[in-house]
Design a protein around this ligand. Structure first.
Ligand SMILES: [Zn+2]
Length: 125
């Protein structure tokens, strides 16, 4: 039998659930950890988790789905500045005027630094 790998499991192996503590409650984090087997490599059933938290199975299913959706949105809307590599929401990043660099995204700070000549863009970005 081929063991199916959950892509979320790989995702959290790299990012960690704690990284999302600002958008998930401690309970939601715990549910994800149990569902995806992040703690002891055992994936708990909805039933088992529901019993532990003393709520319905459906409630756990909802919390899991909602948490993953929130993380998906959170990670989708965050982009990186190509120069300082910090994360910003999409609307805070802009592209330099020059055509040569139009594929590059920059945060306000880096854009100003470039205009003032403090930082320089490299063509190989
Ligand atoms: Zn930057």
């Amino acid at each position: 039998m081929i063991k199916q790998q959950n892509p979320w499991k790989d995702f959290f192996k790299e990012e960690g659930v704690e990284r999302f503590s600002d958008i998930l409650t401690p309970r939601e984090q715990k549910i994800l950890e149990m569902r995806l087997g992040l703690v002891d490599d055992k994936c708990y059933t909805l039933e088992k988790i529901a019993r532990k938290f003393q709520v319905t199975r459906e409630r756990i299913r909802q919390l899991e789905a909602r948490s993953l959706e929130r993380i998906r949105l959170h990670t989708l809307t965050k982009l990186r500045c190509d120069l300082c590599m910090k994360e910003y929401p999409e609307e805070e990043l802009s592209r330099p005027q020059s055509k040569e660099y139009s594929h590059i995204l920059l945060c306000q700070d880096c854009l100003e630094d470039i205009m003032m000549g403090v930082k320089k863009l490299k063509t190989n970005i």
